[in-house]
Ligand binder design. Structure first.
Ligand SMILES: Nc1ncnc2c1ncn2[C@@H]1O[C@H](COP(=O)(O)OP(=O)(O)OP(=O)(O)O)[C@@H](O)[C@H]1O
Ligand SMILES: [Mg+2]
Length: 251
């Protein structure tokens, strides 16, 4: 579904990602962990095609098509959608209009907003004065309207209160829901993983992808216990489920 090959990315003259490769098959949900400032948001923004990220080398393929040189809106139309870590305010454009632009039919807007407790926000400008948790729900609302096949979530639970994490997690899971979909999620604390069953984990460390394993929750526990560097040094090779102690059971 998504194939990144040997990607090197520069931001304002500085190389942030070097020789990154990542494959996400249909039905897979991948989690990206990593310290602040290592380039996780840069990777998602580059997949989405934000102009400030300059691809120096490498290719990005979506469903077999080379999208490396496509614009952001072309990628969105092909079926890639992203929740941005710090989305901008767009004064003068109502959230209702934005959700319609993202693909919701007129009668669908209220129904989707209701699911996320965002009905009272529809006639406000996009993100204008929204709290941290409201921003995340507004982003998800737009994604629910867009129905992307490849979902990119940049810290979906950051700033979201304990009760709303369930709402956000379930909404994200509903978008990913189908076997043919793929997802790449950035999380620090992993709360979202209670609601979105992830299949693969990676750590982005010093610009490179490392510690790739098929046990996201166990990788997270290992990071919490021993730190990123231990995982990168190969001390988090996981072959047992942390919950039941058996050979990896996929949880
Ligand atoms: N305009 C810029 N000029 C210089 N450096 C930049 C610019 N934009 C981003 N960077 C740097 O790129 C690096 C990667 O940033 P990025 O936002 O991708 O990190 P991240 O892994 O998502 O971090 P976090 O966990 O804090 O969200 C950071 O060191 C950041 O300061
Ligand atoms: Mg980030």
């Amino acid at each position: 579904m998504l194939k990144i090959e040997n990607l090197t990315v520069q931001v304002h003259g500085k190389i942030i990602l070097q020789n990154i490769s990542l494959h996400i098959a249909p039905g897979e949900t991948h989690v990206l962990f990593g310290p602040n400032g290592t380039g996780k948001s840069t990777l998602l923004g580059t997949i989405m095609g934000f102009e400030r990220y300059k691809v120096l080398e490498g290719k990005i393929y979506f469903k077999g098509q080379d999208i490396t040189n496509l614009t952001c809106d072309q990628r969105a139309k092909l079926g890639i959608g992203m929740m941005i870590q710090r989305p901008p305010t767009i004064r003068g454009l109502s959230l209702r209009k934005m959700v319609e632009v993202c693909g919701a039919k007129l009668d669908e807007v209220e129904q989707l907003a209701g699911q996320l407790g965002m009905t009272n926000f529809l006639d406000r400008s996009v993100n204008d004065g929204f709290s941290g948790g409201e921003l995340k729900r507004a982003e998800l609302l737009q994604l629910m309207a867009q129905k992307p096949e490849m979902l990119l979530l940049d810290e979906p639970e950051s700033g979201v209160d304990v009760e709303n994490i369930a709402l956000v997690g379930k909404a994200a899971n509903a978008i990913i829901g189908k076997q043919s979909h793929g997802a790449l999620i950035i999380t620090h604390l992993g709360h979202i993983l209670q609601y979105v069953p992830a299949t693969h984990a990676h750590i982005l460390y010093q610009g490179k992808i490392t510690c790739q394993q098929e046990a996201p929750l166990e990788v997270l526990r290992c990071i919490e216990k021993s730190g990123y560097s231990a995982c990168v040094a190969g001390q988090c090779v996981i072959d047992k489920c942390a919950s039941c102690g058996n050979k990896l059971c996929g949880r």
